[in-house]
Design a protein around this ligand. Structure first.
Ligand SMILES: *[C@@H]1O[C@H](CO)[C@@H](O)[C@H](O)[C@H]1NC(C)=O
Ligand SMILES: *[C@@H]1O[C@H](CO)[C@@H](O)[C@H](O)[C@H]1NC(C)=O
Ligand SMILES: *[C@@H]1O[C@H](CO)[C@@H](O)[C@H](O)[C@H]1NC(C)=O
Length: 328
């Protein structure tokens, strides 16, 4: 009892210190170094668990490690997405560091960017943002600064050709009258059923209000991190699990050349659109963003590992659109 009371007191002090820091510095997020933070450490059933306040809350083993804002700061975000606020970009003023960290805070106690130690943590941030950068870029060919400098240029599909309403999902995810389910977000969401599922995941009514994703960068990042952290199907790994190596491939996975690593995250997210087709551009573009970010973050692309883990050129998709049995 005594212990738990003193823990509560420490927590209150931690919050108070954070509030004071918030009051003092406008740039409080960038200033929230580990030295300013109150880390509460406890033992639960023999396991060390921690709480680091707003960014990593809830006594989790992952919160004993450094948090994302310790390892990845405002200037790094600005480096990675340096062109996003130039006048020709399509979401000027929308995306910012604070939205990313605020969204990430929900998932850090679950291991997002907090798994495996500093190198793995940096790599996971680069990997996740590599997907984001590639899916939101407007940098093609001879763009100034190079084609990779233009991530977070968009926050929505510009000229949707349809409203992406699939009526076969009407019992679970009926389309709201007038709603348009075109691509929006950091890892764009398309279709009513995907808005419905992501909305359930992040507890926002995205089925009735898909526009939230293009109006609020925190929600846009939350939905993207939710996608990264959540398996597409039961029994399959999430991109997070596949990337950090928490996923143990089955015999079928091994036969299908699916191994833990960045390649598997592309397989999970995009399947045969990107994977199992050899060395194609849609795959290489995602990989290029990841490697570019590893360099800019000071990790270095050589840490990405060999081609077998980085690429998915030879991997059979986790979820083929036409089941093999149907064609054989
Ligand atoms: C925290 O980081 C250490 C290395 O610094 C690592 O060994 C450990 O696995 C990490 N904790 C979790 C829960 O991933
Ligand atoms: C964006 O969404 C978050 C999460 O729901 C919310 O806390 C925040 O107030 C919203 N921001 C704006 C400007 O509406
Ligand atoms: C393994 O693959 C075979 C052939 O594709 C399939 O019939 C079987 O159901 C798979 N097993 C598992 C556990 O997924």
């Amino acid at each position: 009892m005594e212990t738990s009371r003193s823990v509560t007191l420490t927590l209150t002090m931690g919050v108070a210190i954070t509030l004071i820091l918030m009051a003092i510095g406008g740039a409080w997020l960038a200033d929230a170094q580990s030295s300013d933070k109150q880390i509460i450490v406890k033992k639960v059933k023999g396991q060390r668990v921690c709480d680091q306040g707003w960014e990593c809350k809830g006594l989790s083993k992952f919160c004993c490690n450094e948090t994302i804002s310790d390892l990845f700061q405002t200037y790094q975000f600005e480096n990675l997405f340096s062109k996003r606020n130039t006048p020709v970009a399509h979401a000027v003023g929308f995306w910012d560091y604070k939205s990313f960290i605020t969204a990430a805070a929900i998932y850090q106690p679950l291991g997002f960017g907090t798994t495996g130690g500093k190198l793995m943590q940096m790599k996971e941030i680069a990997a996740f943002l590599g997907h984001v950068g590639c899916k939101t870029t407007c940098g093609y060919g001879v763009a100034t600064g190079g084609p990779l400098a233009w991530g977070l240029c968009y926050n929505r599909e510009m000229s949707p050709s349809q409203s992406y309403c699939d009526d076969s999902y009407k019992s679970d995810y009926p389309c709201a009258p007038g709603a348009e389910y075109y691509g929006r977000g950091a890892i764009p969401i398309y279709w009513n059923y995907n808005y419905g599922a992501a909305g359930e995941g992040i507890k926002e009514d995205l089925l009735n209000h898909p526009e939230y994703v293009e109006q609020n960068a925190t929600i846009a990042f939350q939905a993207a991190i939710w996608r990264w952290m959540t398996p597409i199907k039961k029994g399959q790994p999430s991109s997070h699990e596949a990337f950090v190596g928490e996923w143990k491939p089955t015999k079928n996975d091994t036969l299908s050349k699916r191994v833990p690593g960045f390649g598997a995250t592309m397989n999970i997210m995009y399947g045969e659109m990107v994977c199992g087709q050899g060395d194609i551009d849609p795959m290489n573009n995602i990989i290029s963003h990841y490697l570019y970010y590893l360099d800019l973050m000071g990790v270095g692309r050589e840490e990405a590992g060999p081609n077998e883990v980085l690429s998915c050129a030879e991997q059979a998709p986790f979820n083929p659109s036409t089941p093999k049995s149907a064609s054989s």
